[in-house]
Design a protein around this ligand. Structure first.
Ligand code: SF4
Length: 90
């Protein structure tokens, strides 16, 4: 999930609602995670990342993944964004 930076009004309601603390205000992102600001903005505009318009049930393994600290390498970016992932487009 990403949050469109041009549509977010920084009300911070989602910060409190996320049960695993995965959402933070952009001003509070730790130094080692600043790359996610740009990644979030780019994915928010990508046509493959469709909008969530209704509440959804949690994914089946959400509790397991909530405690995994380093997941960035598992993110499969759309082909056009691969340079951001350190891989060359094929
Ligand atoms: S709930 Fe979260 S994403 Fe939505 S406007 Fe508020 S801060 Fe932005």
């Amino acid at each position: 999930m990403v949050i469109h930076p041009d549509e977010c009004i920084d009300c911070s309601i989602c910060v409190a609602e996320c049960p695993v603390g995965a959402i933070v205000n952009a001003t509070e992102i730790p130094e080692g995670q600043k790359e996610f600001i740009e990644l979030n903005a780019r994915l928010a505009q990508h046509p493959d990342w469709t909008r969530i318009r209704r509440p959804k049930p949690p994914m089946s393994e959400h509790e397991k993944w909530a405690s995994v600290q380093s997941k960035r390498h598992l993110l499969q970016l759309p082909q056009a964004m691969r340079p951001l992932d350190g891989k060359k487009p094929s």
